[in-house]
Design a protein around this ligand. Structure first.
Ligand SMILES: *[C@@H]1O[C@H](CO)[C@@H](O)[C@H](O)[C@H]1NC(C)=O
Ligand SMILES: *[C@@H]1O[C@H](CO)[C@@H](O)[C@H](O)[C@H]1NC(C)=O
Ligand SMILES: *[C@@H]1O[C@H](CO)[C@@H](O)[C@H](O)[C@H]1NC(C)=O
Ligand SMILES: *[C@@H]1O[C@H](CO)[C@@H](O)[C@H](O)[C@H]1NC(C)=O
Ligand SMILES: *[C@@H]1O[C@H](CO)[C@@H](O)[C@H](O)[C@H]1NC(C)=O
Length: 274
């Protein structure tokens, strides 16, 4: 008798624990959405508007409002069966392998691509790290209603292997002796996860979300003086201020491509050692 009461209480306790576990994610979802999630929703809307009379498998670029200049968004509609069997290689920097399954099942999906460009730091601030490449995103939605707004992403399972992200040619170099660059992968909640690079300029992820390449800011080595440079005299405070301003200025102008057009002021401003 006493035993069955105990068993009964134990069962009640388990039910309560299960209920608490089930409600906590819901409680987490009721937090106000982050700026990055608000952006995801806005970009889904702009991406879908790019589909006037969409043809399956054709990539369409979205038109963004002026207050999002610097961000690039594209969208492609695919049959989910084709995505699973064939993947989608060469979607900008993303290589989607075979075996990608969406849940719940829908007949067609839309893959939305983001390049956050100079907005990367703003939407994905990462204290202690410096971005060496723009934050890129790949998000998957149901294609059933191309007028839909506020869509939730589908669940994505990469069962055949990870999605690769090849930043080739768009990664800033760090001076020799700095920490090794690492991949950072953000899930839809914006939680960063650090991973090693798969190869030079290549990251991989099993999830949808955002990806970039970073380096620990405190481990960036001072850049070597340019060949033939004369050892500078000790700069005056005014000289330092002028050089700082010049560095920041160059940086705004050249954005992500600055290393390739060789704006030295930009590199030193970004790496904080003007
Ligand atoms: C779409 O945008 C990409 C950059 O995001 C660009 O390289 C490509 O030329 C654009 N395509 C069209 C058709 O405008
Ligand atoms: C950008 O402007 C549009 C209107 O053109 C507005 O609806 C939107 O909230 C603005 N977005 C941001 C991020 O400021
Ligand atoms: C990104 O660059 C554009 C101009 O190309 C500018 O209008 C925008 O304010 C910049 N964004 C940020 C966050 O600096
Ligand atoms: C960066 O590197 C320094 C020195 O190795 C270390 O103390 C610090 O924790 C690292 N920061 C991050 C954010 O990993
Ligand atoms: C598609 O979405 C729009 C906007 O949410 C809605 O007004 C419309 O009724 C939807 N159409 C269908 C067929 O569900």
């Amino acid at each position: 008798m006493g035993f069955s009461i105990l068993a009964c209480l134990l069962r009640l306790l388990l039910v309560l624990i299960a209920a608490a576990a089930a409600t906590s994610p819901a409680a987490a979802q009721s937090r106000p959405p982050s700026p990055a999630r608000i952006l995801d929703a806005a970009l889904q809307d702009y991406a879908y508007r790019a589909f006037a009379r969409p043809r399956t498998g054709i990539v369409y670029n979205a038109t963004l409002p002026g207050n999002l200049t610097g961000i690039a968004v594209s969208a492609v509609r695919l049959r989910s069966g084709s995505l699973r069997r064939k993947g989608f290689a060469g979607y900008f920097q993303f290589g989607v392998p075979t075996g990608v399954v969406v849940q719940p099942y829908v007949e067609r999906v839309v893959l939305v691509y983001h390049d956050l460009g100079n907005w990367s730091d703003y939407y994905y601030p990462l204290t202690g790290y410096t971005y060496l490449a723009p934050v890129l995103g790949l998000l998957v939605y149901d294609a059933a209603n191309l007028s839909a707004v506020g869509l939730q992403e589908l669940n994505v399972v990469a069962s055949g292997g990870p999605i690769s992200v090849n930043f080739g040619g768009n990664v800033r170099t760090v001076p020799a002796g700095s920490a090794a660059p690492r991949c950072v992968v953000f899930d839809l909640d914006g939680m960063p996860q650090f991973r090693d690079l798969e190869a030079t300029d290549v990251c991989s992820t099993y999830r949808q979300g955002h990806v970039s390449i970073v380096v620990n800011s405190s481990e960036i080595a001072p850049s070597p003086p340019p060949p033939g440079a004369i050892a500078p005299s000790i700069p005056t405070p005014e000289e330092i201020r002028r050089r700082k301003l010049k560095g920041v200025e160059n940086c705004r102008q050249c954005g992500w491509g600055c290393h390739s057009i060789g704006a030295p002021g930009c590199a030193s401003a970004v790496f904080g050692e003007v």
